[in-house]
Design a protein around this ligand. Structure first.
Ligand SMILES: [Zn+2]
Length: 268
């Protein structure tokens, strides 16, 4: 096929190999050859390999989280406000960012990951977030597909999180007292709130468990594969939970109409 070049590049440290060593010197396991430029047909052919790679990055991030792989935390740009510390930017060039100011600061102020924490840092595909809080726009202009919330994380300032790039993996430390994740869906620990559905989560149907009382903002923002969403009767749906509430589009008659979700909502 027209002399297409395959490269074996580590998605974490960026090191390139001529022959695949399997495990990179940085500790990342599961290197694969992928084409360095693609057409749609080629992209389809390598889809399985790319999925496998994303899963490997997720596994690597968990190993780093549990200290099984040595990895330095990302350098952070922080600003001290009156009653909080803004974590403004993670200076990260590798494929995984570890944002853990809890380990660094000791004056007791809550740390907040703010808008665009990883903006333009296109290498970063996975984020371990262990601030106290995060703004809904923390992933703005980032390529993060894998999000791990640490034991320390307490709240989303606006109830939810907007996924700019679709998340595929969503995970929470079992020791976290405020959140839990179940099959790439994020809930409050008591499961009365549903905060986030990973946009790239496979599956055409999803049934929100009957214990859930509220869908938080952006929880079902443009899921890729979802066609049917089952909701328990009486559930509260926050503004922006199923679509952006003030988004309008032109219909066939040229009239402005509210953007509706692409999936069907069924109450049970
Ligand atoms: Zn590497």
């Amino acid at each position: 096929m027209f002399g297409m070049k395959e490269v074996c590049e580590c998605p974490i440290c960026g090191k390139e190999y001529d022959t695949n060593p399997g495990t990179c010197s940085c500790g990342f396991e599961g290197l694969v050859f992928l084409p360095c430029y693609t057409t749609d047909a080629v992209r389809e052919k390598y889809e399985g390999k790319r999925k496998e790679m994303t899963f490997r990055i997720y596994k690597f991030a968990k190993q780093v989280y549990y200290g099984e792989k040595p990895y330095e935390s990302s350098s952070l740009v922080t600003y001290e406000r009156e009653n909080r510390i803004d974590v403004d930017e993670a200076l990260e060039r590798r494929g995984l960012a570890v944002v853990d100011p809890a380990r660094q600061q000791k004056n007791g102020l809550p740390t907040v990951a703010v808008e665009g924490l990883l903006a333009m840092r296109s290498n970063v595909r996975a984020l371990i977030l262990n601030t106290d809080e995060a703004e809904y726009s923390v992933l703005d202009e980032s390529g993060v597909e894998i999000l791990l919330l640490g034991a320390h994380f307490k709240r989303f300032c606006d109830g939810g999180l907007l996924q700019y790039r679709a998340l595929r993996y969503l995970w929470v430390d079992g020791k976290n007292r405020h959140f839990m994740a179940d099959d790439n869906v994020l809930f409050s620990k008591d499961r009365t709130k549903l905060h986030l559905y990973a946009r790239s989560r496979p599956g055409e149907e999803y049934r929100v468990p009957p214990c859930v009382k509220i869908l938080e903002p952006y929880s079902f923002f443009m899921p890729h594969f979802l066609k049917k969403l089952y909701l328990p009767k009486g559930i509260r749906i926050a503004q922006n939970a199923l679509t952006i509430h003030n988004a309008y589009t032109k219909n066939d008659n040229g009239e402005l109409v509210k953007v509706q979700p692409d999936f069907e909502v069924v109450y049970y």
